[in-house]
Design a protein around this ligand. Structure first.
Ligand code: ZN
Length: 502
């Protein structure tokens, strides 16, 4: 078995999760489940980034103790992970995880020993919500390019990490894909950033400026670690460092970090440099998704259009939301969330196409063929099965490349092929005419298509997949079975997979 270690980014807990977080969870989960179907031994780490100044300020504004504030919002992220079906193995809360504090100190110690941590006085323009210093030419009209807020001038006597020493090595690693950045456009963005020259970055804050919140710098109690320095270590903590070294040796290096485009620099530049300095192997891939707007507008509290994924889950359920997020929104580009488009997708695609095909096939077998269909002869159906299996192989190839959106389109095309075949062959008419041999062949083809669909939709809609496979008595869902032809099925009483929304 090949191990596959995948992580989501760990969000700040200064606010409750929005639909963008939901997309990241679903993307990571689709990849994780697909790897499981291929036979990999998968481990997924997620968690919450709690040692940030931005969390402290949000807690102060809310008039709540920062520890309680983090616990509350971290709980909301965990609830989202659970209710949307993220199949995580480890959930790291950076503020309270003992192992995590040890990992942060260990990383610091190793980078320090390599001579890459030193102290200096620095002043610069700082965006607290990004937790990042910006240079003048990175600002857009003097504002943070992420938040459109004015950064503050900060002068500090801090520890710095010698990022400049890693410029050439990072460039070589990224250009050669030994550290793969997907998609290509984001790889090019990182390459230009590195080529423009890397400045050392500050990796600590005075206790005062950090409001006393965060992980202390080893052997210097006047300083707190820069939040990103500890947060990135979560990926090591989740893998088992330092308390489960057997697991850590098996899992590390990470195979894939799934992140949003706003934190690309941290994952493709800072993090690999820190790992090189500390003598850890580098992750293999950074997988970068875009941002989500709501009804064509940037989501923001002031506009009042922040989409709460928990509300969508309660209205439509996890499978439908997962489907829409993967089908309606591009994997790598920015995309737009619209509840109307979600409802249309449920009615037209899940109910009208997939649900319709599964329901007409299984009801026909259950009601008119006493739940049994078997035979060797597929007749013209053989060509249909070839087409279905070709589409299944295409979907798998696209999933291998991380094209989650394109793969799902192929899968839904399989369902369209099934509907068309059923409709054109009119098994209900043939049954009336007494041609039971032909009817049997047609329904055998349709049952096989249901099985292929049942397997392929598992990463996207795990509970619909499990129900469908149970109805046809086929619980195995390894990828290889998606292109296998069976010659007999026993069908149980089917229940509607998806319900129309009004
Ligand atoms: Zn910012």
């Amino acid at each position: 078995m090949t191990k596959f270690y995948i992580t989501t980014a760990i969000p700040y807990v200064n606010a409750r999760p929005h639909i963008g977080h939901a997309i990241e969870f679903v993307e990571a989960d689709v990849i994780a489940r697909y790897r499981k179907m291929r036979g990999d031994d998968v481990f997924l780490t997620t968690g919450t980034d709690e040692n940030s100044l931005t969390n402290v300020l949000a807690a102060e504004k809310a008039g709540v103790d920062v520890g309680e504030f983090c616990a509350l919002n971290s709980g909301a992220f965990r609830k989202l992970a659970d209710s949307i079906g993220l199949s995580y193995d480890s959930f790291v809360r950076t503020a309270i995880d003992n192992d995590h504090a040890k990992v942060a100190a260990l990383l610091w110690g190793r980078c320090s020993k390599s001579g890459d941590i030193y102290r200096k006085v620095y002043s610069g323009l700082y965006c607290v919500r990004c937790e990042l210093y910006y240079t003048d030419n990175e600002l857009v009209e003097g504002l943070c390019p992420e938040h459109r807020t004015k950064p503050e001038l900060v002068e500090e006597d801090n520890y710095f990490f010698r990022l400049s020493a890693y410029q050439d090595r990072l460039l070589g690693l990224i250009e050669s894909d030994r550290l793969k950045v997907v998609p290509e456009s984001k790889k090019n963005e990182v390459i230009s950033f590195v080529k423009a020259g890397l400045d050392d970055f500050s990796v600590s804050r005075s206790v005062d400026r950090a409001h006393g919140w965060g992980i202390a710098v080893p052997a210097d109690s006047s300083q707190i670690m820069y939040v990103w320095f500890d947060a990135l270590g979560t990926y090591l903590t989740g893998a088992g460092l330092p308390s489960d070294m057997e697991r850590f040796r098996k899992l590390w290096p990470a195979d894939m970090h799934v992140i949003g485009k706003g934190i690309l620099r941290f994952h493709a530049v800072y993090w690999p440099a820190m790992l090189l300095s500390a003598g850890f192997e580098l992750p293999k891939e950074v997988f970068v998704h875009g941002y989500v707007t709501a009804d064509g507008q940037k989501m923001s509290k002031s506009i009042g259009n922040v989409v709460d994924p928990q509300v969508m889950l309660s209205r439509y359920g996890a499978d439908a939301l997962r489907y829409y997020l993967m089908k309606g929104i591009s994997t790598f580009e920015d995309g737009d969330f619209s509840e109307k488009a979600l409802r249309d997708a449920i009615n037209n695609e899940l109910v009208g196409n997939l649900g319709n095909f599964v329901n007409r096939t299984l009801s026909f077998i259950y009601d008119r063929l006493a739940g049994e269909v078997a035979g060797q002869e597929l007749g013209e159906g053989k060509l249909v099965m070839e087409k279905v299996h070709a589409l299944a192989r295409e979907a798998a190839a696209l999933l291998d490349e991380g094209q989650l959106n394109q793969a799902l389109l192929r899968i839904m095309e399989i369902s369209s092929v099934g509907n068309k075949y059923f409709q054109e062959n009119e098994p209900w008419r043939l049954l009336k005419e007494g041609d039971s041999g032909a009817v049997n062949g047609i329904l055998l083809v349709c049952a096989n298509i249901c099985r292929t669909l049942g397997i392929l939709i598992w990463p996207y809609m795990p509970s619909a997949s499990e129900k469908l496979l149970a109805y046809i008595g086929q619980e195995r869902r390894e990828l290889k079975y998606a292109t296998e032809l069976l010659h007999g099925f026993s069908v149980g009483k089917p229940v509607i997979l998806f319900n129309k929304v009004e």
